[in-house]
Structure formats: C-alpha cells, structure tokens
Write a protein that binds this ligand. Structure first.
Ligand code: R5P
Length: 288
C-alpha cells in the first residue's frame, strides 16, 4: 500500500506513517494564482491500495477539491483501492434540509467522494452518524473518546460532571461519563440565528461541581462560551475542562474561549493546530 498526505494535515499523516513504520508516498500539491489546485503523484500506485490522509478542514473547499483530485489521479494511475482518511469531515453539519430551498451538502460531498472512485472512507467522530447512509461504499466511523479519556483520566478534578452542549452530543457525553466513571448532564441549546445560539436550560445538577464540556468540534467557540455562562449561572464551579475532537478555531474563537474558568482545552490532531502558543490547549494525537 501507499500512504499519501494532502496538505490539510501533514503532521497527522507523518504521525500515522511513523506508527506504521512506512514512508509517505511522494506527491505534490500546487495552488495556481486563480485558486485552482493541481496535484501530482511522483511514484507509481499501479495495483496498489492508496490511503489518502486529508481532513476537509478550513479552507474546506480547497481541501475537499484536493482530496478529490488526489483520488482522481490515483484512479487514472490504476490504483486497485483508494481509501480516504478524512478525520474531520467538512459539511457534516449540513446533514438534513430545514424545510427551505437548501441542499444537503453532506450528501453532496458523499456523492463527489464516490464519483471520483474512492472505495472506502475512514473518518472520526462524524458530526451525525447517519451521514454514513449517504454513502454506498464502506465508511469506518472511528471515535476519539477512548483516546481522550486516556489523556484526561489523571488530569481531571474529582466530582466532575460531563456536559453535553446539546441534545445531539448526549450519546458522546454518556460514553465519556461511562469511561471516566461519572455522570453526564445536557444543555438545552437553541439556535437564535445562523451564527448565534443560546442555552435556555441546564438539564441536570451541576451545583459546585467542576465540568468537562465535550463536543465533536469547536468552530467559532460560541457553543462552548455560551455553555460555560449557563453552567456558571446554574452554580457550577469555575473549573471547566473542554474536550472536542476537532479543533477548527475559526474567526475569533481563541478570544471567545479566553474565559478565566477554563483550565484546559483538549482537541485531537484531526485538524492541524493553528495556534500552538496557547498554554491551555492540549493536542491529543489520534494517529495510533
Ligand atoms: C453543533 O451541532 C456542533 O456539534 C458544535 O457544537 C458546533 O458546531 C460548534 O460550533 P461553534 O464552536 O461555532 O459554536
């Protein structure tokens, strides 16, 4: 087999190659001044299984097209199997229509992935598990929860409660709670607009307890910031730890997360860390 790295996350691709004791396959990606992406394989992939490591993280469209271009190049060069390792799957939040004239972009991306000849997808903590149903090829949907629990176990205060920031993440919160031997509660999050949400209710008792807020992703940081406010208003101790599989940290996320109560933020390396000079931020590798 050959392991190829797109440009989204070379650090993770290198870490996977190291785990496997192999060299990354030789390839190049160029961006033309008009924004087009050009890729080239610099070694034969004929009759080989090719694994392409490429999160479709921001800039999502560039990284997605690069993944598709690599797959197209592999298919035309007679690869026998093309496996896309897409730890962060962009557009996953567009998994249904909201009754208006909208696309289901996660389904559209699934179609594109299949059209270019990708035979299998490996992904991590997919925003909604039902996205797997948009594919007719095998999708291995892995979870980083055990890896996070291993990293967190000795660093959490006693009497901790796991917090799901919305109803959609309750199952994940329950898995965290089971593995950390504690309980989970849930916030009732409502969307005020396309970019603004509010927490209308804390469902569960958090009085005088430190919290571990979990999520599949941190994008702008708004969900976590609103969650912390609601938890503190409900009497939680000002001792918050955050664990989210995908740390996108777009826009002014770091400023939103500069809350005095946050002791630590754990993310995985599914997305290239954009800000390494952030003492609260811990990156847990999912390469193994
Ligand atoms: C929402 O359903 C997701 O699970 C995340 O909670 C959300 O996308 C995080 O985005 P942000 O950091 O911009 O609030």
């Amino acid at each position: 087999f050959i392991l190829l790295a797109g440009t989204a996350n070379p650090g993770l691709a290198n870490a996977i190659a190291q785990e496997l004791g192999v060299q990354l396959g030789a390839c190049v990606t160029e961006r033309f001044p008009d924004g087009e992406v050009a890729v080239q394989l610099l070694e034969s992939v004929r009759h080989k299984t090719v694994f392409i490591v490429q999160s479709t993280s921001p800039p999502v469209n560039d990284h997605l097209v690069e993944l598709l271009a690599f797959a197209d190049a592999c298919r035309r060069a007679a690869a026998s199997q093309i496996v896309a390792i897409v730890p962060y799957f962009g557009y996953a939040r567009s998994d249904k229509r909201h009754g208006r004239r909208e696309p289901i972009s996660a389904s559209m991306v699934a179609e594109l992935i299949q059209v270019v000849g990708i035979n299998q997808v490996i992904t991590l903590d997919l925003h909604a598990p039902q996205i797997e149903g948009f594919f007719r090829i095998p999708v291995d949907s892995l979870t980083a929860v055990p890896t996070f629990c291993e990293a967190l176990r000795d660093r959490l205060p006693p009497d901790l409660v796991v917090v799901s920031p919305d109803i959609g993440r309750l199952e994940m919160a329950t898995h965290y709670a089971q593995q950390l031997n504690t309980s989970a509660i849930v916030l009732h999050k409502q969307r005020k607009s396309g970019t603004e949400t509010e927490v209308t209710r804390v469902i569960g008792d958090v009085r005088d307890r430190p919290c571990l807020i979990i999520d599949d992703m941190i994008s702008t940081g708004g969900t976590i910031a609103r969650g912390i406010e609601a938890l503190l208003n409900a009497g939680a101790r000002a001792e918050m730890t955050v664990a989210a599989t995908h740390g996108l940290f777009v826009k002014n996320a770091r400023a939103k997360l500069a809350h005095g109560s946050i002791r630590a933020i754990f993310v995985s390396d599914s997305v290239s860390p954009s800000d390494l000079d952030w003492p609260q931020l811990h990156v847990v590798s999912i390469a193994p």
